[in-house]
Design a protein around this ligand. Sequence first.
Ligand code: DX5
Ligand code: ZN
Length: 221
Amino acid sequence: MTARIAPSVLSADFRTLGADIAMCDAGGADWIHVDVMDGRFVPSLSFGAKVIEAARRSSTKVIDVHLMVVEPERYFDDFVKAGADVLTIHAEAVPHLDRQLMRIKELGCKAGVALNPATPLSAIEEIVHLLDLVLIMSVNPGYGGQKFIEYSVDKIERARFLLDQAGSDAALEVDGGISRDTIARCWEAGADTFVAGNAIFSAANPQAEIGVLRGLCAARV
Ligand code: DX5
Ligand code: ZN
């Protein structure tokens, strides 16, 4: 397989959001990553269903929605209606992960769990079989453009082991500080899907950068 690259809309130019998303789509992005923030789970506010809808209309790729919110279940219906293909909720925000993952699946959507840097992998051990995606946060969530946390690489390796042991084919995604300097190490550790905001949208040629990042991950069988 080759690495999947998921440009993060958070770093796009909001004056030309639809065009930026379409540009990533045409540039070979595999997924479009949409960060929803509520000012409670994380300090900042971002956007909701309207932007998911805009992403859906601007791209034919997988719309990968990362919910950095408390009580995420309040938004499942609206976000699926808006066109989300994957909904990822944070283990730290949800006391009833099993129930919420089942609800997402009932809506016909793929379900993921995200783990903050300080959250141990054991938070998902019992429910691996319910997961379509595991998201390892390699920064503390809330902002684009932060520095990659080095100890995430070891966690990715252990997450890969956990998924393989369980016979799971869930995607293993990394989010935060992914760049030319960090992507290869995460790929080698076993991640297959890479969110990149700053690295793509601050590049002189964002479309070419998608290919550069993917190219740093050698194909694996
Ligand atoms: C961080 C968000 C990320 C962010 C990544 O809280 O979840 O998706 O957009 O941005 P970069 O790639 O700039 O670290
Ligand atoms: Zn994200």
